[in-house]
Design a protein around this ligand. Structure first.
Ligand code: IPD
Ligand code: CA
Ligand code: CA
Length: 266
């Protein structure tokens, strides 16, 4: 598997930040049992990881823009390239000692996602994709699942929680989807959810109320694995709407149709 120079830069940044998160995750696991809990420690770990990623990426491409969750956006003098970064996706998992979290780095060119890296340091799984080059986990090529029917499909979803999202709307979508799907999972790190769809581990995924850094790398990963992603109406306004629906051709459509059904009476 040949990687472009740019993808290599992204991989190096993700691995370096991942190493730092790994060390901090070990400490978080120790702090689980303390009364104070690991809260402050986690926000430090998060900011440290973003600093590492930002420095690595801007060292390699000083003119590119940078949109990261934990710091002010850098516009960059090159108007057509932008890094979109979540240094720690799955913060609640990380905080609770659950090993499902990732560093997520996407590269946007002229408004289109062209490369993505999603790295889970706890499992040492490195998901990579670039336009025209396919998607991989470590050295293995990824392909979305071939299941055609929701009745065979395992569907991932992001659950809203305290202070986040439209709970009533989500419950209606969930009610519709749970009546049709073989299984539902909510794993708590949107970037990895999308990588899992690219890997065919889950057949589809939907979530509303997301930010660009949750989805940027996953969008190219899904596409390069032969899948589709869109907003809830099937359009391309994923970042603007904060909604993503993903899967293979059949599940992507079926999931939108089912989740979009009107509110049931009674
Ligand atoms: C969150 C995770 C989670 C999703 C939330 C995101 P964070 O990102 O991706 O799976 O349900 O909506 O905000 O806060 O852990 O970076
Ligand atoms: Ca996130
Ligand atoms: Ca985050």
């Amino acid at each position: 598997m040949a990687r472009s120079a740019l993808l290599n830069v992204m991989v190096q940044a993700a691995l370096k930040a991942g190493k730092s998160l790994s060390r901090d995750f070990g400490e978080v696991q120790n702090l689980q049992v303390s009364l104070k809990g690991p809260g402050n420690y986690v926000s430090q770990a998060d900011r440290k990881a973003e600093k590492i990623v930002r420095e690595e990426l801007l060292k390699a491409r000083p003119t590119y823009g940078f949109l990261g969750e934990e710091s002010e956006e850098i516009k960059g003098t090159d108007g057509s390239h932008r890094w979109i970064v979540d240094p720690l996706d799955g913060t609640t998992n990380f905080l609770h000692g659950i090993p499902q979290f990732a560093v997520s780095i996407g590269l946007e060119r002229g408004g289109e996602m062209v490369a993505g890296v999603i790295y889970n340091p706890a499992s040492d799984e490195l998901f990579t994709a670039e336009r025209g080059g396919g998607a991989y986990v470590n050295d293995r090529r990824l392909r979305v699942s071939a299941r055609k029917s929701l009745s065979d499909a395992v569907i991932g979803c992001g659950m809203p929680h305290l202070g986040h999202g439209m709970h009533g709307r989500y419950l209606i979508q969930l009610r519709h989807v749970m009546g049709e799907a073989a299984g539902l999972r909510s794993l708590g790190a949107a970037s990895l959810d999308l990588a899992f769809v690219a890997a065919g581990r889950m057949d589809g995924f939907w979530e509303e109320g997301l930010s660009p850094w949750d989805m940027a790398a996953g969008i190219v990963m899904i596409r390069e694995a032969g899948g589709f992603s869109s907003d809830m109406d099937g359009g391309a306004d994923i970042f603007g709407s904060g909604t993503i629906v993903a899967g293979n051709e059949h599940i992507h459509k079926a999931l939108r149709d089912v989740a979009n059904r009107p509110v049931p009476k009674g």
